[in-house]
Design a protein around this ligand. Sequence first.
Ligand code: ADP
Length: 245
Amino acid sequence: MNKKEEFRIQNSEARRDIILRAEKLCKTFRNGALETQVLFDLDLQIERGEFVAIMGPSGCGKSTLMHILGLMLSPTAGRVVLDGQNAGQLSDSRRARLRREKIGFVFQRFNLLGTVNAYQNLAIAERVRGNKLDGQITTALEAVDMVDRARHKPGQLSIGQQQRIAIARAICHRPALLLADEPTGNLDSGNTRKILDLFTRIHNEYGLTIVMITHSPTVARAANRIIHMADGRITDAPAESAEHV
Ligand code: ADP
């Protein structure tokens, strides 16, 4: 791409306020002589303030895409531009800083530290990010209605409550983008509904941009836009084999 085209794209993105752009992403895993191509020339754009679900059947490359969008994995070709910064052109340490500052992650298995309480889970994450501890931890716990469980350890919380704490940890530093990988994959249908309602609420109240990866059409419907994926590509039509919650 020449400089003129680059300039034109950046200008139109500034007008539309694109927070995340993936362009011609390819990913091939190489294990010895074995090569597996998982993503094929994948393009997508997310506008600031959107709540988007990326939906597709198991094995279609959703987690690989999420790791690349989350700047945890480099694509074999193509690029990711996050909030105007081309991640591929950054040094490892600047890319890590961009990830820490701009992205909050929510995982299927919560990934909480079991030996410390909910408040300390958030405080440790904030320290790792290099942030001072201030009122933001309480604000984040308030946002997920968990202030009264701040002194509980994860083992003393229900699984729905554990995911609420994980969401508080992800939004505590006010990221530009919340990336959630099968956030309800470990939850029953009642807790799934509550967590999806919580995403809708924090999206509406805080204007947070959310990208949620899921295999479930029911879960995907909580988002305002659904991007369908199949066999490592974005498709127009829903993939056949999507399972239900
Ligand atoms: P999904 O999240 O949609 O279930 P994944 O991104 O986890 O899909 O996996 C997509 C494909 O990539 C699968 O066929 C998987 O076997 C393959 N894959 C993922 N990680 C690796 C790896 N490190 N090495 C080789 N193949 C991989």
